[in-house]
Design a protein around this ligand. Structure first.
Ligand SMILES: Cc1cc2nc3c(=O)[nH]c(=O)nc-3n(C[C@H](O)[C@H](O)[C@H](O)COP(=O)(O)OP(=O)(O)OC[C@H]3O[C@@H](n4cnc5c(N)ncnc54)[C@H](O)[C@@H]3O)c2cc1C
Length: 332
């Protein structure tokens, strides 16, 4: 059977509003470091990958200025520039990069069916999901105003820019405790802003925070605003909100780090793919394989731990190699 033969679309078009169906060997969803790296490897392996970029072409790094920790750029590089390099490299080997959003998935058969923008259907032998994860914010207007100017959701990425400065971390779980202790190694002072009067973090992480001299926990505080001329100079906090002791306080800081979790962009695949309670797609350890043969996951969407460009790129490479091996078995 010619797997690239066009399908008869006339009936389904009438029935479902689907305007076209296309058969591809390897479909990649997402244009961050994971998706583009998967595309580079898949294209060089002659899998003729088609990649859908999603709304955020280039992924999360397009929202940041300096990337200083990606190997190969000794002087650093801006996020958007770096992702342009990724795209060009993927296209150089023949990746078909398309702007479009995947809106549905059906992994019930051996062929995997993906809907794009609700009117196009792709039937793929192998699918690589690299849809990333989105950091949660408090929802303050000021977080948008100071994005990249003192507000960050990644201490590993941005902590270096706050060396010897005073910063605050928002959150009370393991991630917040980890981010606070990481920043404490770089910064002069770290305030941990905790909504409740307890930490949700594990006991060992709590002990680490408590035993770090330059971390101060602000119990029962909530951040409600940020201020500053050309970047964050401080935060406005409410202490003991809703109690007779409620008070508004100002905290002078240079950086404001969110550590209240991430939303992995896995919702449309959840019916078929196993995820952890937070929604991260589960992969077989040491591989990019999901519970569905021929469906692979790479980057932040399957990584609750590292969430870095270089780890995303590394897992994109793994996914393409896993897909190539799967396809060569399939078409033996
Ligand atoms: C502000 C900021 C600064 C950062 N700085 C650094 C840094 O300095 N160094 C570092 O290593 N890491 C940094 N990171 C983290 C890094 O950006 C991520 O770890 C990395 O981008 C994850 O790559 P990814 O390919 O898994 O996903 P992402 O980069 O999140 O890309 C996901 C892609 O999936 C697409 N997508 C999502 N849903 C759909 C859909 N339904 N259909 C089609 N496409 C879809 C999106 O459009 C996007 O292209 C930073 C993150 C942020 C937010």
């Amino acid at each position: 059977m010619d797997i690239f033969a066009p399908l008869d679309l006339s009936k389904e078009k009438q029935d479902s509003g689907i305007e076209s169906t296309e058969k591809v060997r390897c479909l990649i969803i997402g244009s961050g470091p994971a998706g583009y790296t998967a595309a580079i490897y898949a294209a060089r392996a002659n899998l003729k990958p088609v990649l859908y970029t999603g709304l955020e072409m280039g992924g999360q790094l397009t929202t940041t200025t300096d990337v200083e920790n990606y190997p190969g750029y000794p002087e650093g590089i801006t996020g958007p520039e770096m992702m342009e390099h990724f795209r060009k490299q993927a296209e150089r080997f023949g990746t078909d990069v398309r702007f479009g959003v995947v809106t549905g998935a059906d992994f019930s058969g051996t062929e995997h069916v993906i809907s794009v923008e609700d009117n196009k259907r792709i039937v793929a032998d192998a699918v690589i999901i690299a849809t990333g994860a989105t950091a949660k914010y408090l929802g303050l207007e000021a977080e948008k105003k100071y994005a990249g100017m003192g507000v960050s959701a990644c201490a590993t990425c941005d902590g270096f820019f706050y060396k010897q400065k005073d910063v605050a971390v928002v959150g009370g779980g393991d991630t917040a405790a980890e981010e606070a202790t990481y920043l404490a190694g770089l910064c002069n002072k770290v305030y941990l802003i905790v909504r409740r009067d307890v930490l949700r973090a594990s006991k060992p992480m709590q002990a680490k925070v408590m035993n770090t001299p330059n971390i101060e926990i602000l119990w029962e505080h909530q951040a409600v605003d940020l201020y500053g001329e050309n970047g964050v100079e401080g935060a406005v906090l409410v202490r003991k909100k809703g109690t007779p002791e409620e008070a508004t306080v100002k905290l002078k800081i240079d950086g404001f780090f969110l550590a209240i979790g991430h939303n992995p962009n896995s919702g449309i695949f959840k019916e078929y793919l196993e995820t952890d309670p937070a929604g991260y797609i589960k992969t077989i350890p040491g591989t990019s394989k999901t519970n569905i043969p021929g469906v692979f996951a790479a980057g932040d969407v399957q990584d609750p731990h590292y969430r870095q460009a270089v780890t995303a790129a590394g897992s994109g490479c793994m996914a393409a190699i896993d897909a190539e091996r799967y396809l060569s078995e399939l078409h033996k």
